[in-house]
Design a protein around this ligand. Structure first.
Ligand code: SF4
Length: 88
């Protein structure tokens, strides 16, 4: 299926739109404690976002391997995908 602008339309309402992505993505060499703090900060933003559901579904559907999307870390998305595979 060809990408459409509709598939990305939800991003126009994103809380993170126009903001730095630093809080959502891990810099190289980031330690465990710093990562957890950064991810918690990102999740606070996501919880206020009106398109959290669309963002989460997009990241799960595209197997997005990096960053916090829809209030979920990459590890949480990976665990969700594994659980869904086991359930099917
Ligand atoms: S849910 Fe989080 S990552 Fe997704 S668009 Fe909203 S603020 Fe950005």
């Amino acid at each position: 299926m060809a990408p459409s602008t509709e598939a990305w339309q939800w991003q126009l309402d994103a809380v993170c739109r126009g903001k730095s992505s630093d809080v959502f993505f891990s810099p190289s060499g980031e330690g465990r404690t710093a990562r957890r703090q950064r991810e918690d900060e990102a999740k606070v933003l996501c919880e206020q976002c009106p398109v959290i559901s669309q963002c989460r579904q997009f990241a799960l559907a595209t197997n997005e391997p990096f960053g916090v999307w829809g209030g979920m870390t990459a590890r949480e998305r990976s665990l969700r995908r594994t659980a869904l595979k086991r359930a099917s």
